[in-house]
Design a protein around this ligand. Structure first.
Ligand SMILES: [Ca+2]
Ligand SMILES: [Ca+2]
Length: 562
């Protein structure tokens, strides 16, 4: 019942032009897992809905943009809710928002790049306390409001989650949880005067041999190379990624709470009897699902955590979401199960073992480098994807053209990139600001990917790009056939193809000029009234063909009218 209501609401929201029901396109969005249209947003860089939470824990901005690339900039959960209310995501056809991990990050900064910037956990990859929201992101009430507002529009909320590592030991957080008596020269592992630490001399204020480090996560929890701890290994699973501490997720030894969390007054972490590191992390992460109705996760650094941990996370989260839906039937979008995608660096569209151990979907690193393809070359990509993703029929990936860890798609060619992505078989991920041609921010020599996380360009939105993405996104949201249909090329010039499922079918053309005649013989029967969702025209199929005036941008998106 919930599902039908949502489809009806979505169809109504997306209906174009005429109010007459007979002229509405036939909408078949499909199940979420079949047609994910995911918007990935670095929350801190998107929209500031609550300036009062900026600079939480004493965090600071830097005066020069070049120095400010690793600071918290003020974006938050309330900002996402405000943009949901404005219809920003709905107009793009988005059906899920993947937000950076909103739980509490290290309070201070560590040395970024080649001693170039103060690197805070604005991106959510430097966790301190998995049980609390980061105050910069917002309050529990603001998270509830975000989820409720999204769900009311049929949009799911996905958390980025990290099970491989917590954040670094930053001077500020360490200073807050030190419990050892001070000496003339030291507070715990910090040399007195540490408050004055700079990018140049940061590490000289920290004694990495001091036993006070045992009061941090503790050797039962992490590999760190610190005195009294195990060192990271040389294999993918136990190595210290970028010198981060590595959770002992593989250990079957029951552990207590990490020492610093025992002293952290506001934590909601409690001692769990006979529980391993993996057990705690799974309990902490799935708690967000049970308490707030989080619909899925995007798992970070899948390569660096053993399979059984991912299976445990998926199983616990699946149970947690079912419980939340049972307790909140009116607030759930539908009865879809918990959904999990993962980042396994470099993976393409092949079906790997990850799909057997809990992942419904994996991020596709192959598409970005092929997204500039046109015509026959693009058809090769589409045909390969449609074929591979059809076996088995549930196999799916998330393709993207820009990401926070690689690069932004060439802004001068962003319309073509959007077309290639939004007509690709399989799931897709829009990176925030791709729709508005958000420019790169300042780059760091030692960490060039920071430039991909610039502030959303609200003041300089590219309206042509935006209109283009919205047409493509809404079309895709109406048609699961784009994601899952059988693919074949209809014509080389203009490049025209079909995507057909038993229940849904579309024809698309790219590079069309002026009045075009498109063969639709095996897709739409003679007499069918079809609509070009891009150019706005309509025509009736006759002799297996339709003739229309293509939009000057050259895209034709054909769908049947009721
Ligand atoms: Ca804020
Ligand atoms: Ca690991």
């Amino acid at each position: 019942m919930m599902f039908r209501r949502t489809v009806a609401a979505l169809a109504a929201a997306l209906a174009l032009g005429s109010a007459a029901a007979a002229d509405e396109p036939v909408a078949r969005p499909g199940r979420f897992a079949d047609n994910p249209i995911v918007y990935f947003v670095v929350t801190d860089r998107f929209a500031n809905g609550n300036p009062a939470n900026d600079g939480s824990y004493g965090r600071k901005r830097e005066a020069k943009p070049q120095d400010d690339i690793g600071s918290f900039h003020g974006g938050d959960l309330a900002g996402l809710t405000a943009k949901l209310r404005e219809g920003w995501f709905r107009e793009l056809g988005v059906n899920a928002i993947w937000i950076t991990a909103p739980y509490e990050q290290i309070h201070g900064w560590v040395v970024g790049g080649s001693k170039e910037f103060k690197h805070y956990g604005y991106h959510g990859y430097f966790a301190l306390d998995y049980t609390k929201l980061d105050a910069n992101m917002g309050t529990p009430a603001e998270l509830r409001e975000l989820v409720a507002t999204a769900h009311a529009q049929g949009i799911r909320i996905l958390f980025d989650v990290v099970m491989n590592h917590p954040g670094y030991g930053d001077i500020q957080s360490l200073s807050e949880y030190v419990t050892e008596p001070e000496t003339d020269k030291k507070r715990g592992m910090l040399w007195k005067g540490y408050e004055a630490a700079t990018l140049r001399d940061y590490h000289s204020w920290i004694d990495y041999n001091d036993p006070a480090w045992l009061q941090w996560w503790g050797p039962d929890w992490i590999r760190s190379g610190l005195r009294g701890y195990t060192e990271g290994g040389s294999d993918d699973l136990t190595k210290q990624l970028a010198f981060l501490p590595d959770f002992k997720t593989e250990s079957d030894k029951p552990v207590g709470l990490p020492p610093f969390l025992k002293k952290k007054a506001d934590t909601e972490a409690v001692e769990l009897p006979n529980t391993t590191v993996r057990g705690y992390l799974v309990a902490w992460l799935s708690r967000w699902v049970r308490d707030y109705g989080i619909d899925g996760f995007r798992a970070d650094t899948v390569k660096h955590v053993e399979y059984p941990s991912w299976t445990a996370l998926k199983d616990a989260s699946t149970k947690a979401l079912a419980e939340w839906k049972a307790a909140n039937p009116k607030a759930a979008i539908d009865d879809a199960p918990f959904w999990m995608t993962g980042e396994n660096w470099g993976q393409g569209i092949e079906r790997t073992r990850h799909y057997d151990i809990g992942f419904d979907n994996m991020i596709n690193f192959d598409f970005q480098r092929r997204a500039e393809a046109k015509g026959a070359e693009l058809d090769k990509v589409y045909a390969e994807y449609a074929r591979t993703l059809a076996a088995p029929a549930t196999h799916n990936v998330l393709s993207y053209i820009s990401s926070h860890d690689t690069k932004l798609f060439d802004r001068k060619a962003i319309l073509d990139g959007a077309t290639a992505l939004m007509l690709a078989p399989g799931g897709v991920q829009i990176y925030y600001g791709d729709e508005s041609a958000r420019p790169d921010g300042p780059a760091a020599y030692g960490d060039p990917q920071q430039s991909t996380r610039s502030d959303m360009n609200w003041a300089s939105l590219d309206s042509a790009a935006l209109a283009h993405w919205r047409k493509l996104g809404q079309f895709r949201a109406r048609h699961v056939a784009v994601a899952r249909g059988k693919h074949w090329q209809i014509a080389a010039q203009p490049y025209t193809f079909a995507r057909v499922l038993p229940e849904d079918r579309i024809v698309a053309a790219v590079g069309a000029r002026g009045t075009v005649t498109i063969s639709v013989a095996d897709v739409f029967a003679d007499g069918t009234r079809v609509h070009d969702a891009y150019g706005g025209g309509s025509a009736t199929v006759a002799g297996g063909k339709v003739t229309l005036d293509a939009d000057p941008r050259g895209v034709v998106l054909l769908e049947a009218l009721k």
